[in-house]
Structure formats: C-alpha cells, structure tokens
Write a protein that binds this ligand. Structure first.
Ligand code: PFF
Length: 450
C-alpha cells in the first residue's frame, strides 16, 4: 500500500499545502476584527504567544503521528496504540475526525460559495449587468445551492488529481497568488483617507482587555481553528511527507506563515473599515463594538466598495477572489481526510472515493441550506467549538501518554538527527503531556460554562 500512496515532492510544496489548509476564511476576517475589539496589539501578542505555545505543539503531534504511520488517521491511531483495546479507541477518534472534517466542509462550502458569488457580482457590475449582480448577492436559495455546488466541484476536481498533482500543485500555485493579492490590497487601502485611524485601533495595545481570562481562551480557540487542528487534516498531510524532512522546522514554517497572513490581514481589514467610516458607512454595532463576521464581509465591505466607484469594483473582485482562494486551499485539506480513509481502509479507487464522499458532503450542505436557521450555526458550533478541541486533546493524550516515547523520538530523528539535544525535545514532550491537555480542557470548560 505504501508504494501507491502519494507524497509531497518538495518542502515548498508541503509548506504551501499545509499553510494553505491553515490560512482560510478564519484568518482573513476572524482574526483582524477580534484583535480590533479586544485590545489591538495586546491581543496580537497574546495570540502570537498562544499560537507558538499551544497550536504549534498540537500541529507537531499531528505531523509526527501522520509521518510515522504514513497512513490515514484511523489506521495511524490504531498503530501507535499500545494494545488492541486502546487501538479501537484510537480508530474511533480517527473516525470522529473524518466525520467532523466532513461536517466542517459542509458549512465551509456554503460560505465559500458566497465569496465566489460576491466576486462574480462585482464582475457583473463592471459589465453593467446590475440585475445579475443583485441576484448574485441576494443569498437566495438557488444561488446558495449553485455556488456551493460550484465550490464543491472545484474542491473535488483538485482532490481527485491526488497529492502531488492536485493538492501540492494547486497549493503551490494559489498560495503565492493569495499572498501577493493580500499585500497589494494592503498597500492600496493604506493610501486611502481614514486608513491611519484603523491602523491605530489595530496597533495600539490595551493590555487590560487582552489579558482577561475570557479573552485568552478566545484567542486559544482562534489559534486552534486557524491551524486546522484536531480533525486529522495536518495528520494526513504529515503522512505524505518524506522521511528525510525535518518536522519541527516545517511545522514551525507552517505556523509562521499562518500567523503572518492573519497579522497582514489585520493591516487590510481594520484600515478598510475606517476608510468605510470616513466614507460614511456605519462600522459600529448598537453597543459600540466594531461590526464583525458576516455583516462585515457581506455588508460593510461591499458598502465601502460602492463608495469607491470603478476602483471599488476592481478592489471588490480582488478581495472576493482572495477569500475564494483562501477557502479553496482549506477545503481541499478537509476533503482529503475522508477520502484518504475511504481509499486506504475501504480500498476505493481515488476518483470514486472523491466523487462519492464529495457528493455526500454536498448533500449535507444542501440539508443545511434547506434548514438554514436550525442547522447552520449548530454545525459550526458543534464542529469548531466542541469537536476540534476535544479531538486535539485525544491526539495529545495518545502521543504524550500512550505512544512509546522512544518511538516518537526515533520518528523525529529520521529527518532531524540532532533533535534529542535541542530545545524542541526538551520542551515539546512535556507540553503535549501536561500543558496542552490542561489548557484544552480549560477552553472546553469555558466554552460550555463560560
Ligand atoms: N484553518 C481554516 C481557517 O482558518 O479558515 C479552517 C479549517 C481548515 C478548519 C481545515 C479545520 C480544517 F480541518
């Protein structure tokens, strides 16, 4: 089986793919507004600290398990278990990851569909087709279904081409485009009136707000979601890395890229909001907080673009293209989780597995669209707030407590012969054994009772 498995052909390809998974809708709209309303630069510092002390160690857990087993999460967790009984629990954790990754994709595809529709609406506006543009931004059932299906088809197309021809090739193409687009938008927005006010809000630290326990917990959750942890996406990408690769280094690179893009997105979104304010658009809620999340993306920013004439239409197309690309490089990593499981555990050929599973996930998306009020928020909360941290906790326990420490070390030493003497091996095993489980439990407790 190992001979037929895919493999990333280069370090660059892997880092682009894993960073592509990590950099998604969460980075570009979630992080900047959270930072703005929660202490600006102080939130940034807390987020940076937590990303390196919590998210990076859990990312490393997934990469090490995946690379050791060169297999999907179900098989991998079975393999690192000390007994058959614990192996069954491990397989259960892997299957839960497969289900949760699929559910995340089912709502992500709907939101990503909106991004494509809003981008196309601006193209229509540029061509004078205002009726079509209005339909595209109407959130009607038919447009929601159409663009969800279009986005799922793109995801399915890339995943059916396999690891190096699909995931790696497209991530290596799209990620540089994403970074260039983001930087170009930042530079342009900075030249507009009002931008400096947004910059001040983003960069002036308010430590009192940023150091409140509730906020630290929120920043932790954000870091966890942002690095795609818990559901086995990083584990399966790790399983496609070759044995000569230095895992602590590539994991560190992925974390750095993810954080840098979130921070850079802050230099776009906050200044853009204050340019909108300068142009007469409302950017505060009734309680005086900055408008965030979907209202920010689908109301405030389009209103801003509308005040900017033709330039606004071009910026709008560029912005929604950026969001669509960010979503696509994340969605392919989600679909690969159930697909790899179906290929390796149920012997399905890749193309068939992708079509069947992609089809099932599209059906789940359709079910959400048909019962939007009841299901949309529920699926997001269930998967990202509860399931991701709990699955991450299980992965830490398997690696920190159940897997033989020497085997973990040997796996790391394959691509990093001196790792035992360095700081990573001195700190990381303790982190994932004690610190990460305790903190994840704290997040979980806070999200239930907080
Ligand atoms: N990391 C992605 C984001 O920041 O938008 C979201 C995500 C991707 C979560 C993949 C989970 C996942 F498996």
């Amino acid at each position: 089986m190992a001979a037929t498995r895919g493999e990333f052909s280069s370090r660059f390809g892997f880092v682009m793919a894993a960073a592509g998974s990590a950099v998604g809708l969460g980075n570009i709209w979630g992080f900047p507004t959270q930072a703005a309303s929660n202490g600006g630069a102080a939130f940034l510092l807390v987020y940076l600290a937590l990303a390196f002390t919590l998210a990076y160690p859990v990312l490393m857990v997934e990469l090490v398990i995946g690379r050791y087993a060169h297999a999907n999460a179900v098989n991998a967790l079975r393999r690192i278990s000390p007994s058959a009984a614990i192996g069954r629990i491990g397989a259960g954790v892997g299957i839960a990851g497969v289900v949760v990754a699929s559910l995340i994709l089912s709502f992500y595809a709907i939101v990503a569909g909106w991004m494509i529709a809003f981008g196309l609406a601006s193209v229509m506006a540029l061509m004078g087709q205002h009726g079509a543009a209005a339909w595209l931004t109407s959130f009607s059932f038919s447009s929601n279904v159409l663009f969800m299906l279009l986005f799922m088809s793109l995801t399915i197309g890339i995943i059916s081409a396999g690891v190096s021809n699909g995931i790696e090739r497209w991530s290596a193409r799209l990620m540089p485009v994403l970074i260039a687009t983001l930087v170009a938008l930042v530079v342009y927005v900075m030249t507009l009136d009002g931008a400096m006010d947004g910059l001040k809000v983003y960069l002036l630290p308010d430590f009192e707000r940023a150091l409140s326990p509730k906020l630290i917990v929120a920043a932790l959750g954000a870091a966890f979601f942002s690095l795609s942890l818990g559901v086995g996406t990083m584990l399966i990408y790790g399983s496609y890395i070759n044995d000569n690769e230095n895992l602590p280094v590539v994991g560190g690179l992925v974390t750095l890229v993810d954080i840098m893009i979130a921070v850079t997105a802050g230099f776009l979104v906050l200044p853009a909001m204050y340019v909108a304010l300068h142009n007469g658009v409302e950017i505060f809620t009734a309680t005086g907080q900055l408008i965030s999340e979907d209202t920010l993306i689908f109301t405030v920013l389009p209103e801003l673009f509308a005040t900017m004439g033709i330039a606004g239409i071009v910026v709008s197309i560029t912005f929604f293209a950026l969001m669509s690309i960010a979503a696509l490089t994340s969605s392919i990593s989600m679909l690969e989780v159930p697909v790899a499981y179906a290929i390796e555990e149920h012997n399905l050929p890749r193309k068939k597995a992708v079509l069947v599973i992609g089809g099932l996930i599209a059906l789940a998306s359709l079910t959400i669209l048909l019962n939007f009020e009841a299901l949309f928020g529920f699926v997001i909360t269930f998967t990202t707030r509860y399931s991701q941290p709990l699955l991450g906790l299980a992965l830490c326990i398997f690696t920190g407590w159940l897997w033989h420490r020497n085997t973990v070390l040997k796996e790391l030493q394959k691509g990093a012969p001196d790792v035992a003497a360095g700081w990573f091996w001195k700190i990381w095993p303790w982190y994932i054994k004690f610190f990460c489980p305790v903190i994840i439990l704290a997040i979980f407790a806070q999200s239930i009772w907080g």
